[in-house]
Ligand binder design. Sequence first.
Ligand SMILES: C[S@@+](CC[C@H](N)C(=O)[O-])C[C@H]1O[C@@H](n2cnc3c(N)ncnc32)[C@H](O)[C@@H]1O
Length: 403
Amino acid sequence: MQTPAEQRTAEQRTILVTCPKALPPFLRAELEALGLPARELAAGVETLGDMHTAMRLNLALRTGHRVLSELARFRADDPTALGRELFRLPWEEIIPVDGHLTVDSSVQNDFVNDSRFANQKAKDAIVDRIQEQEGRRPNSGPDPIGACVFLHWRGSDVTVYLDTTGAPLTRRGYRKMPHLAPLQESLAAGIILATRFDAATEHFLSPMCGSGTLAIEAALLGLGRAPGLLRPDFAFRHLIGFDEAAYEALRRELHAQAKKTLPRRILASDNDPEAVEAARQNARTAGVEDHIEFSVADFRETLVPEGPGVCVLNPEYGERMGDAGQLAETYAAIGDFFKKRLSGWRGYVFTGNAELAKRVGLKPKRRTPFYNAKIECRLLEFELYQGSRRQPKDNGGSGAALL
Ligand SMILES: C[S@@+](CC[C@H](N)C(=O)[O-])C[C@H]1O[C@@H](n2cnc3c(N)ncnc32)[C@H](O)[C@@H]1O
């Protein structure tokens, strides 16, 4: 099979979509669903496309963070060489002189031990080039409010990308009320994709909803709404040649593809009334408040519609909040809740604490690895099948195997 780079046509460039570790399989599936070739990397997926493809990816992707369009590759053995090579590129055809430039980088070599130094060197070379050609230079700074350039520098090998995104895509713009320990939106989307939630036939239950990220992402996914439609801005809008008409047409196309209603229910609850209020407000900002039923409840008492459905619990796991001792009881209660109330559902626990996970007392059918910031986590899947299948003793209503 050809790699994306080998399939390139004249107008196409390599596009690298970055994402957190463990999300590449879900990101690859998203790209393939859009009909694009996709090659998984450790923290991203490589594909091919032009600026229109980059715009579509920015609007549509749920698990990607930045859409980087490759501009140039060269070798540089020190910061002076980096500046010299960058100065050769026709930046005056890419970045408006009255615009704003942000340079970011990932650097691993012996020449630079602080990537901010590489950013500074690169920024100087780019604005000097524009100054030479145009007689003026764009503003610059670390806030990604205009055009963005990204450098990947490994040893002597430099790849220069146009970062078409700016602030990462995980910042959808709906989370004005973060509440405690929220999941990143892209991670929440990855978790839901890992559950294989089918909004046409299944309910979605988030009984420890916190700021509502899982329920909101489930609603966006179920409705087929492109999350990027919520964002006011992307870096590609600040490049010379930005095609406003094509962008608006793409937005209209994606709007038109979204469903208006969900056939099944999405329920979000938490025992903290402030969390439920935050979740409700975030859902309103995301435009999905009408598709989620909110309530204040202990998870053991939460409303469970008749299945099938997907229930995802993201309890504290003692790293950032809560206390592992007290949490053991909560995890054991989750096992009881699954067995007694979720017969016919798939139950999931997302946690970064393997010891606490054992307290659930059921044998997971599947363990999917994820990272929450730097913490290695697992999404544990429990199949809570109804009575007809194997029923170990004392497991209440459903047939999940005991540990
Ligand atoms: C780690 S946070 C969930 C964060 C959420 N995934 C988000 O993205 O915002 C855990 C949540 O569980 C809630 N919680 C803890 N014990 C609970 C219980 N017994 N019943 C219901 N909710 C509970 C907390 O109030 C907190 O909002």
